[in-house]
Design a protein around this ligand. Sequence first.
Ligand SMILES: [Zn+2]
Length: 713
Amino acid sequence: MSMSEAGNIKRYTVTSALPYANGPKHIGHLAGAYIPADVYVRFLRLLQKNVVFVCGSDEHGTAIPNQALKEGTTSQAIIDKYHVLIRDCLYQLGISFDIYHRTSEAIHHQTSQEFFLTLFNKGLLTEVTSEQYFDDEVKMFLADRYIVGTCPRCGNPNAYGDQCERCGSTLSPSELINPHSTLSGKAPVLRSTKHWYLPLQDYEPWLREWILKSHEKDWKTNVYGQCKSWIDSGLLPRAMTRDLDWGIKVPLPDAEGKVLYVWFDAPIGYISATRALFSELSEGKKKYSSPQSDFGKVKPDDWKKYWQDPDTKLVHFVGKDNIVFHCIIFPVMLHASEQYILPDNVPANEFMNLEGDKMSTSRGWSIEMHEYIESFPDKPDVLRYALLTNLPETKDSEFTWKDFQSKNNNELVAIFGNFVNRALVLTQKYFDNKVPARGKLSDVDVAVAKAVKEFPGRIGAAIEGYRFREATALMMDLSRTGNKYLAETEPWKIAKTDMERVGTILNLALQISANLAVLTEPFLPFSSRKLKNMLQLKDLLWSDTGSVDLLPDGHALGQSSLLFEKIEDSIIEDQIRKLNEKKMSVEGNTPPGEAPVAKPVKPLKPEVTIDDFSKLDIRIGKVIAAEKMEKSDKLLKLTVNSGLDTRTILSGIAKHFTPEEMVGQQVTFIANLAPRKMMGIESQGMILSAEDKDGKLKLLQPNGEVEPGANVS
Ligand SMILES: [Zn+2]
């Protein structure tokens, strides 16, 4: 959105992916879908835009009863426990939802069933009967995760019906050798069952028009690329119902024991949350989260405007694993219903890794939100800042405790905190804690006032373009500008000779601090509040900033204290130790049958000369498109920008990477290998990779971005 288009937009509906209430959520989730959304919404509120920000717990799907089994309790107890844990963490980290709902609420069941019936009554769902595994003992159909058997690829005796966790293969239950039910231990039998499918393939022309044509320019390339790859690889009908006793009942007479597919009902959760919000607002039970966005009296039916009025801008914030659901499946549902608006944008983030490895709660390699809050209860903003400066906006990024410490000590403390503190302490010392008047302005004063004027527009444009890293860097640049101004003018040195000059300098420094108090609110809401209190500054709007007249002469300031505190090495070392201990304790608990087996190292090949080696032309390329090869479960067809040309390379990595994962990856490949035809297609090169201890392939990549075509030497 550019400012000029904003005139047509009457209101905003902003959503963050519903966290799945089967366990705690880690800081990678926070970086993906929550903090960027919160910055965006807080910014819109400061512009006095009409915005609702909704989220809630996703409480259905097979993983909930699965977790209940693991913890020896009921599904209801699981969702109650994790709903509260996740909700409280998100609020404590300042995520300012207008409502944090849950999909177990009656209003959500009703909304989802209505949605299903709308599609059903239009004749848009296809009824299909198929054979599926049934447990005769417990009398239920078995979801993939409830079937365990021997992996046909690696022989792991504990492979699941959908995946082998040892070798990473994607499986279907019928491929397992000696399948048995995890519920009864018995061998399941095949039984026919009926389900309702959404024929996604029928919407392909519409999706091509809507995404590939209309959103080529404004959607992020990682999102657009993944959508394109999905659409190009051919869409298939997808079952919207499941045989399960946990979830939303299918509202049809002949659907005993069937519930809605969790990915059918979860995104509808955004709609039911909005519905619940307006019912609460209209009853006066609740107020909008921000005083800037109180839109007066509302009626319960007002939720419809936020979902059905084309003047509403809908934005979904998600992580990359949810792109397909928010860009393809849910929009098809919305479009097919003929009642709802479509998302204007889905600014999905990639993943954030942790200390050199993928973040994973189950492997114990994670920092859970509640763990962070326990260790740093008074530092929500430090985490927000460390994540914001390092968001995986265009590619995966990495969180390290050392970087966290350095962002705090070298930026928040040394620049922002130091600047504000000097301005406040010197005003206390020389001017009785009241804002001094400005005298005659010198060139350096005029320059700094001019610089301040530029920031609100630049920061705002970055936020509107979903470039939150850039916006955060600009925010820190404003502090840097203030800090540099004080370092250059050195008011503490001229206090003895020219108090009027000191007054001018401190006035400007305090005005910059006041600008910071407002402009940092989307990013660092707790520090912003603290700074407003120190300055005794009332709640201002974004449009007030950019001025050096926010604080009148003689305005009495409040009590100053340090905005941020230095974090010592020992604290950071403690965190790194905790992380390693957690991982070891999780690994120690791995059942013996599943322990990873170390593979023997292959013997050394015969010696070669440097001339032999130099015959190989090894280069770096970038994958611009990827798709599965028909009739092959091993090969991916990659389109690679090699720097020299755009070429096709077939690679036997399909079991290790999905086409979506490959798009945008840098690859190391042999560029002068004789072309080879496989399954009718010529492969023009070979991608290099290495196998990890679990037999999973990892790409060989430079440890930073390099231009396609760069030689490896
Ligand atoms: Zn396997």
